[in-house]
Design a protein. Sequence first.
Length: 159
Amino acid sequence: MPKNKPTWQEKLTDSKGYPKVEKLTGKMSKKWGTGTLVIPAPIEVDELMKKVPRGKLITINEIRLALAAKHHATIGCPLTTGIFAWISANAAEEQKQQGATDITPYWRTLKTGGLLNEKYPGGLDEQKRLLEQEGHVVIQKGKKCFVKDYLKFVISLDQ
């Protein structure tokens, strides 16, 4: 009998032994240089995403910088931070479907350069709708969408 798939909320709270700080080696040190990398726990990414107030924004890079500072690492892992933001978004949507109103405002977390995240629940259209509801202007160039003047709205997550 197949095991039940974990819910998004279960994935969010399963730290799997993270956070972990590891030395940058191999391909990673070629790209990022020397030092250390923090692999955060999913819930840490979610907690930072929750700090973004209505009308403000954050990028994955800001989250990575805050995580690196918190754990005294050189950089925050770009791959896991992005994956955990995606898990956070899906967990928030799952909570909303269960009637919760105070969910993580995942739509305020953008990719590098102010790009919208097509992998968030509802895709680009839903993230665009939620951002425009908060007064942001979303511009489309080709298949990519980004928030106009996003840097004016990005908050600092100094730990």
